[in-house]
Design a protein around this ligand. Structure first.
Ligand SMILES: *[C@@H]1O[C@H](CO)[C@@H](O)[C@H](O)[C@H]1NC(C)=O
Ligand SMILES: *[C@@H]1O[C@H](CO)[C@@H](O)[C@H](O)[C@H]1NC(C)=O
Ligand SMILES: *[C@@H]1O[C@H](CO)[C@@H](O)[C@H](O)[C@H]1NC(C)=O
Ligand SMILES: *[C@@H]1O[C@H](CO)[C@@H](O)[C@H](O)[C@H]1NC(C)=O
Length: 190
């Protein structure tokens, strides 16, 4: 089954049959994290004139090759980047991912703000990764973002992850739900 799911994820073609039941929030969070190729990362700005204020910016992510989900959102960053400069001062960040970036919500006619168009808010600390974890991050990211391998070498790119401390899931009516990192990492997306 994995290769088929993998191909669908790669194509951004997420059908209703793959999406976990909306009440299984830990699994849903894993599904959203594995399916999304990018998200909005909010930092506390260090740049005038919005210094000290929230600043959300797009980053490409991957939690593993399409058939292998780790649940850890990995990123490929450079200190030249405006938000990464914020992270050097305060590494606390919030990453928002939504199934609105797949075909699912449009097919089901769910507005992105509709909780049934599942979205997840992760909070945590962005940390550089090294060694074997950096190898995993490289494979995870480059397999899903082939352009990355050609990004300018003089920008000193490095691999990083969001070390998740808090998770909120919107996947059904009745309010946002908290999922613990423990439940999240024990769940599987499929
Ligand atoms: C989700 O709902 C189904 C059916 O309504 C139920 O069987 C299942 O136990 C629920 N799962 C969780 C995690 O609450
Ligand atoms: C799958 O991911 C895990 C980490 O979540 C890693 O240890 C393992 O080597 C990966 N397997 C393959 C086949 O890439
Ligand atoms: C980052 O968040 C943690 C936990 O919420 C907090 O204890 C810490 O002070 C924050 N760091 C900064 C630099 O604000
Ligand atoms: C992630 O954060 C937790 C809690 O802040 C910390 O204990 C842990 O060492 C961090 N994990 C890694 C791999 O950096």
């Amino acid at each position: 089954m994995w290769p088929l799911w993998g191909l669908l994820v790669l194509a951004g073609a997420v059908g209703a049959r793959q999406v976990p039941p909306s009440n299984e929030t830990a699994r849903m969070a894993r599904f959203v994290a594995h399916t999304c190729d990018w998200g909005a990362l909010a930092t506390i700005s260090t740049h005038d004139p919005v210094r000290g204020q929230p600043f959300a910016n797009v980053f490409s992510i991957s939690d593993g090759q399409v058939w292998n989900s780790s649940g850890v959102p990995y990123m490929y960053l450079t200190a030249r980047e405006i938000s990464v400069q914020d992270l050097q001062v305060n590494a606390n960040a919030s990453l928002t991912l939504s199934l609105a970036q797949t075909s699912y919500c449009k097919d089901e006619k769910y507005d992105p703000q509709n909780p049934l168009c599942a979205h997840v808010i992760f909070c945590g600390v962005v940390e550089k990764v090294t060694g074997r974890e950096a190898d995993f991050a490289k494979t995870a990211l480059f397999s899903r973002h082939p352009e990355m391998k050609d990004w300018p070498p003089d920008h000193d790119w490095f691999f990083a992850k969001l070390n998740i401390t808090n998770i909120w899931v919107l996947s059904h009516f009745g309010g946002i739900e908290v999922v613990t990192p423990e439940d999240y990492f024990n769940a599987t997306p499929y």
